[in-house]
Design a protein around this ligand. Structure first.
Ligand code: PMP
Length: 360
């Protein structure tokens, strides 16, 4: 078996141990005589799988009992609509911080349902930093404050937890959830598409404070009402059963890495190796402000963009793939989520050093 090092922003690499466990279970899950894909979602086997996944996630993230954990579908993109549909609670406006392409999408969707106030933006410098909270113009009447705590395309990560007082803080944490411990109690709602740090695409995680449920706009489709999903334990309809099962395997793998505190230490080391190399020469450059450099998505440019194609080709020949940056940023982007082994980062750093020496 030869595994490549996959630096894709998502769907992204999964831990080999998880894939191997899924492979062992594939045809006959734990002696049940069938695969997880074939199980009734209301049968005791799958109910057990889902309950264990939730319990492990609650333990990993230390989610307080006053929060519901929902396993939904529709990706983080559907949350761009579900958040305003559910959280306006009779108010007319919501505050959004604009830190990049994903914030912008959340903002344009929310505009269909309420008055959106962009309380801070980093568009003035091509989304290369997080505006400090002292510059935000928060509205105490806002229904909630929405932030994108890690911008996957720009590689910009919040280095602080915003303080929004009584106004619920809502975070799109798609591309860095589970990469470090966070204090869930500081948030009203956290959501994430699964296909980066949680598991396969098709599953969306929502963690929401219970008192925010039950106020959906009357036009809200049944399936998009958090209260209904919570009351039905995310099984109002058929959930993405196999994705929930694989996510559960990822949660158990995370526990074996020392939980989120252990994972964070590994992620810090991996990110330092890569940024260290980028900063150590004038061949590579990072466009992101130092204190907001993402540990998960690392965009970087080559001194001469004419070398980009050769870089990607030579990298691929070494099994280092999916390094092309997003067109809005240019250059390269290495996504180094939890499941990217440290050896993968080492291999990338070694290649980058050689490439710079050859072409610098
Ligand atoms: N938000 C962020 C920060 C993302 O990175 C992505 C996907 N790359 C999305 C939202 C959209 O997620 P999905 O494709 O699951 O709808």
């Amino acid at each position: 078996m030869t595994r490549i090092y996959n630096f894709s922003a998502g769907p992204a690499a999964l831990p080999v141990e998880v894939l191997e466990q899924a492979q062992r279970d594939l045809v006959d899950w734990q002696g049940a005589g069938l695969s997880v894909m074939e199980m009734s979602h209301r049968g005791k086997e799958f109910m057990g799988i889902a309950a264990q996944a939730e319990a492990d996630l609650r333990e990993l993230m230390q989610i307080p009992d006053t929060y519901k954990v929902l396993f939904l579908q529709g990706g983080a993109s559907l949350q761009f609509a579900m958040v305003p549909l559910n959280l306006l609670r009779g108010r007319q406006k919501a505050d959004y911080v604009n830190t990049g392409q994903w914030s912008k999408k959340a903002i344009s969707e929310a505009k269909k349902y309420c008055q959106v106030n962009v309380v801070a933006s980093s568009e003035d410098r091509n989304f290369s930093y997080v505006p400090p909270q002292s510059d935000w113009r928060l509205d105490p009447e806002a229904a909630y404050v929405h932030v994108t705590t890690n911008e996957t395309i720009g590689g910009v990560e919040f280095d602080f937890t915003p303080d929004t007082g009584e106004v619920p803080l809502v975070a799109d944490a798609s591309s860095h959830i589970l990469s470090k411990p966070i204090d869930v109690s500081r948030y009203g709602l956290i959501y994430a598409g699964a296909q980066k740090n949680i598991g396969p695409a098709g599953l969306t995680l929502v963690i929401v404070r219970e008192d925010l449920l039950g106020h959906a706009l009357p036009i809200t489709p049944t399936m998009l009402d958090y209260r209904i999903q919570a009351d039905n334990e995310s099984m109002y309809n058929t959930p993405p059963t196999f994705a929930v099962y694989v996510a559960g395997l990822v949660f158990q793998w995370l526990k074996r890495q020392g939980g989120l505190a252990g994972m964070e230490q590994i992620n810090i080391r991996k990110a330092q190796k890569l940024y260290g190399l980028i900063d150590s020469n004038d061949f590579y450059a990072s466009p992101v402000a130092k204190n907001n450099r993402s540990r998960m998505n690392v965009p970087f440019t080559l001194r001469d963009p004419a070398l980009d194609e050769g870089f990607l080709k030579e990298a691929k020949a070494r099994g280092l793939v999916q390094l092309k940056g997003h067109r809005s940023v240019g250059g390269m982007r290495a996504s180094i989520y939890n499941a990217m082994p440290e050896e993968g980062v080492d291999a990338l750093v070694a290649f980058m050093r050689e490439f710079a020496a050859q072409h610098g």
